[in-house]
Design a protein around this ligand. Structure first.
Ligand code: DCP
Ligand code: MG
Length: 369
């Protein structure tokens, strides 16, 4: 029997938007989104709950959001502020535990198994964290409390926004029975549809499939499905994580449809990639070069190629140019986004990178010219 842990998952409510309303109170009550400009093909990073009522959501084109909600106010992101707020969240978390795993700027797992405040009640600890975030930062975060990471994350979403929800160990078997499989991290539209065709909609249904069947249909992920269907998740809260890749990408205001223009853009991406990689080059070496292309119709393709030992530098522009020239004809349509990246290996076994999540903010990469 594995030791039961006490895990809290914290997730700020409509994070970027809440920070903006906090700092600009006249925006309270208005439908608001943070994102790029509609006339520059911007994308919505997040919307407040007023805007969500109109169907506006993250990753939606800003132009589409304005169609759904014409009075929507879209403001540009202020990443430095969100990063500073995130650091303040972590300052509060550290008063309860040092076992903190950040998932993004506004989301983290906390392992409070060994925290003895509030007689060790994880629910009371989470309530206290929520109280302090409200009092000190004037923001709301939702909290989920459970014996493992999988369930804690489900729980934080359960009463969102401004919610708190606990799944006690003895409630786990009952709770998972009716839990839709779409709530499982990693089950996207495709897997959910595949499961639905197998007659599976809830974790209860999923429990009826044997491990053999699941592994046969889903490969390695089958074991994971078998576990989480029963509310089992042994993953530890990881205070630091290994970086596997690094990349930069840009969405363009105007589609690019000529190879010379793409080459110019790739060179710009390489300069930025070199700066970013430079900060971690003492700990990681690149094993592959990667090019990502998103076409005007939003289909995308990636091409990666191992870096040989012929001695040319990883950022040899000629090689990246060739990758783009090889990948582009697959879609042969105008290009709205280009990305360049590297797959990485740690130089020493066990090398960890504390800051990876913060350097890798995908949104930052989205702020196009
Ligand atoms: N974000 C983004 N693009 C996405 C998803 C998120 O830029 N596709 C950014 C903006 C969000 C922040 O990350 O404010 C946190 O993401 P969440 O998924 O936690 O969304 P929110 O905090 O905005 O809303 P919720 O209340 O649902 O947690
Ligand atoms: Mg959030």
């Amino acid at each position: 029997m594995p030791q039961l842990r006490k895990i809290i998952h914290i997730d700020a409510d409509s994070f970027y938007a809440s920070v903006e309303t906090r700092d600009n109170p006249e925006l309270v009550g208005r439908p608001l989104a943070v994102g790029g400009r509609a006339d520059r093909r911007g994308v919505i990073a997040t919307a407040n709950y007023e805007a969500r009522r109109f169907g506006v959501h993250s990753a939606m084109a800003a132009s589409r959001a304005l169609t759904l909600c014409p009075q929507l106010l879209i403001i540009p992101p202020r990443f430095e502020v969100y990063r500073a707020v995130s650091a303040q969240f972590h300052g509060i978390f550290r008063d309860y535990t040092h076992l903190i795993e950040p998932l993004s700027l506004d989301e983290a797992f906390l392992d409070v198994t060994d925290c003895d405040q509030f007689q060790g009640s994880a629910t009371l600890i989470a309530a206290d964290i929520r109280r302090r975030v409200q009092a000190e930062l004037r923001l709301t975060v939702s909290a989920g409390i459970a014996p493992n990471k999988f369930l804690a994350k489900v729980a934080s979403d359960w009463q969102k926004p401004d919610g708190i929800f606990t799944i006690a160990p003895e409630q786990v078997p009952g709770f998972v029975l009716a839990l839709p499989v779409s709530k499982i991290n990693g089950v996207g539209r495709v897997t959910a549809e595949k499961l639905r065709r197998m007659g599976v909609q809830t974790c209860g249904d999923l429990q009826l499939l044997s491990l053999e069947t699941l592994v046969q249909r889903f490969g390695k992920y089958g074991q994971r499905l078998h576990d989480v269907a029963r509310g089992i998740d042994q993953r530890q809260v990881q205070t630091s994580r290994l970086r596997k890749s690094i990349s930069v990408e840009r969405t363009y205001a105007q589609d690019i449809d000529l190879m010379p223009a793409m080459i110019v853009q790739v060179d710009e991406l390489l300069l930025e990639l070199a700066t970013r990689f430079g900060k971690i080059a003492d700990r990681y070496f690149p094993t592959k070069r990667v090019i990502k292309i998103k076409y005007s119709d939003f289909t995308q393709t990636t091409l990666e190629e191992a870096i040989g030992d012929s001695g040319e530098p990883w950022n040899d522009p000629a090689v990246f140019h060739r990758l783009v020239a090889t990948a582009w004809p697959r879609g042969a349509k105008p290009v709205r986004l280009l990305g360049a990246g590297l797959r990485l290996q740690p130089r020493r076994a066990g090398e960890l990178d504390q800051m990876s999540l913060f350097e890798d903010d995908p949104l930052e990469a989205q702020a196009g010219p």
